[in-house]
Design a binder for this molecule. Structure first.
Ligand SMILES: [Zn+2]
Length: 93
């Protein structure tokens, strides 16, 4: 599994460790610039599927509700097709 670093926290720590010597002419300028150029990913929320009974006696019904965005879907997916939440941790009780 890849290890991810929170860029904002890294830059903040470097600035703290350099004790205010960072600036456009500081010795870490190139290093800081490289960090700022690195690609980023967005953190996905963790979600769970909530089961709903078929109270309408329909043949097809959206029985699984995402507990993050509350959209209902017919099947459980690894990721919510509506909000993108990571659903791989199991179902809500
Ligand atoms: Zn969702």
């Amino acid at each position: 599994m890849d290890e991810l670093i929170y860029r904002y926290a890294l830059l903040e720590q470097i600035e703290k460790d350099s004790e205010g010597t960072l600036g456009s002419y500081g010795e870490n300028w190139q290093f800081i610039n490289t960090i700022r150029k690195m690609p980023t990913i967005e953190r996905r929320p963790k979600g769970e599927w909530v089961y709903h009974e078929n109270d309408m006696f329909c043949v097809r019904w959206n029985k699984w509700e995402c507990n993050q965005c509350h959209e209902r879907v017919e099947y459980k997916y690894d990721f919510c097709p509506n909000c993108g939440a990571d659903m791989r941790g199991g179902d809500a009780e």
